[in-house]
Design a protein around this ligand. Structure first.
Ligand code: NAD
Length: 440
């Protein structure tokens, strides 16, 4: 790792496989913010502040003013989709943003036209579209993506690129031998191995070119030994999986509080209805299983069940996602939490979150793009665990337990930024209280 990385220069190209609700809300949002007609609410880098030094120093810059991040004006966008709609048309169809706002951005958004996608219905069974590459084998498809990326870089005169997977959730795939090493994976690409999904092909293309890659969906994608090894070799930072937005954001906010107070939990039932295209894809049991696995992991890790058996041993955790078209992108979730306290007396908590899925996800795409680009300049390659804050199912090094507690994730994120800039890490120990008054 290199402290005090150089400042970004030139344009940063943000490449997005999947130009659906999340990606178009992100792009339109950045364009609106640049025009001064909207604010980057929900973005850690644009609105969050970071404390530096002692509390008495009163230093609390906005994150973007502390670490050298690419400026929003320097961002250019590109992407792939199986549908031919440009970003303006796709944003109108996604129905997330007000059409009056989209109208003001029409020219810029219409100019972003999706490149032909690497897609296979076997991995996302509820979708089919015409804008798809044909190739003799999966290696040829990866090479075609690399050509797309190089062309994009040249046409847009980018000095750096990042790729963030914003495409649909693929079916559940478990790690196999073909994912075990770069050699096995490349051989698998040439032989069209069925355990290599399109999201792995995009990840391979980016990582092989040394481009930072993040996965916003729960499918494995770069979370396999072959691509972790490749990322180390090409010095590409990678992160994933599954943007932490609505219900899981609530869960990883509340569960650490219950645990901190040693309150027991017997059951946590999470229900969701959503009506966007993501909901339609998740209506397929194979894609739902991928999402369910990602959402289920968080509580066991936060409650550390193995160490606190008497409080969390009986925990029954169930997740349902129902496709309900009338709601579109405006998801509603209900959580019923059965807890117990002093002398085992039972209590209940009910949470009803009426959220907007893509409004919560878009700032995460922006933060990841900027922070991954920073990681590249700071020569941080491979898995970036300090970015766990943004994910439901954080990618970690083999053998390590992911950290799900939002507040521990935030501390790790902030301390990493302090370290990068050569500032003291903050432990909240307040040692100076114990020193003699004259040395305080
Ligand atoms: N919105 C959230 O809060 C949130 C949170 C966590 C994760 N996610 C994940 O983010 C992803 C995007 O969500 P969304 O609401 O924008 O979904 P969406 O369905 O609106 O957009 C996904 C787009 O990806 C395209 N696509 C599918 N496979 C592709 C491929 N192989 N190559 C190129 N394009 C492809 C689809 O045509 C679609 O336009 C989903 O996987 C979702 O599970 C979203």
């Amino acid at each position: 790792m290199k402290q005090h990385p150089e400042k970004p220069r030139g344009r940063l190209g943000v490449l997005l496989p999947g130009l659906g609700a999340v990606a178009t809300t992100f792009i339109a949002g950045v364009c609106a913010i640049r025009k001064g007609i909207a604010r980057p609410v929900g973005s850690f880098t644009q609105m969050g502040t970071i404390r530096l030094g002692k509390r008495t120093e009163n230093r609390r810059p906005i994150v973007k003013d502390f670490v050298p991040l690419a400026d929003l004006d320097s961002l250019v966008f590109g992407g792939w989709d199986i549908y031919e709609d440009n970003v303006y048309e796709a944003a109108v169809k996604a129905g997330v943003l007000d059409t009056r706002l989209l109208e003001r951005l029409r020219d810029e958004l219409s100019a972003i036209v999706p490149m032909t996608a690497v897609f296979d219905r076997n991995y996302v069974r509820r979708l089919d579209g015409p804008n798809v590459k044909r190739g003799t084998d999966k290696m040829a498809l990866a090479e075609a993506l690399m050509e797309d990326i190089e062309r994009f870089r040249k046409e847009n005169r980018c000095s750096a690129l990042v790729m963030i997977w914003c495409a649909s959730t693929e079916i559940f795939i478990e790690e196999e031998d073909v994912h075990g090493s770069i050699e096995a994976f490349e051989e698998g690409l040439r032989r069209n191995h069925p355990a290599i999904s399109p999201s792995m092909i995009y990840a391979y293309a980016a990582i092989r070119m040394g481009i930072p890659y993040a996965n916003g969906a729960p499918n494995l994608s770069a979370d396999i030994p072959a691509l972790v090894e490749l990322a180390k070799r090409t010095r590409a930072p990678i992160a994933g999986k599954d943007f932490k937005t609505g219900q899981t954001l609530m869960k990883t906010t509340i569960a650490p509080g219950l645990k901190a107070r040693s309150l027991g939990v017997k059951g946590w039932f999470s229900m969701n209805i959503l009506g966007n295209r993501d909901g339609e894809v998740l209506d397929d049991p194979a894609s739902f299983k991928t999402k369910e696995t990602s959402k289920l992991g968080v509580l066991g890790s936060i409650f550390e069940q193995d160490m606190h058996a008497h409080l969390y041993d009986d925990l029954y955790h169930k997740i349902r996602i129902e496709y309900y078209p009338p709601r579109g992108d405006n998801k509603e979730s209900w959580d019923n939490i059965d807890i117990f306290g002093w002398l085992d007396y039972p209590m209940q908590i009910k949470i009803n979150f009426l959220c907007r899925d893509s409004i919560l996800a878009a700032p995460i795409v922006l933060d990841l793009a900027l922070l991954l680009d920073l990681a590249r300049r700071a020569e941080m390659s491979g898995i970036q665990e300090w970015l766990s804050f943004f994910f439901k199912s954080p990618q970690t090094r083999e053998g390590l337990r992911p950290q799900h507690d939002l507040f521990q994730q935030l501390m790790k994120l902030e301390n990493t930024l302090r370290y990068i800039q050569g500032e003291n890490l903050i432990t909240h120990l307040g040692l100076d209280y114990y020193e003699e008054p004259e040395t305080r």
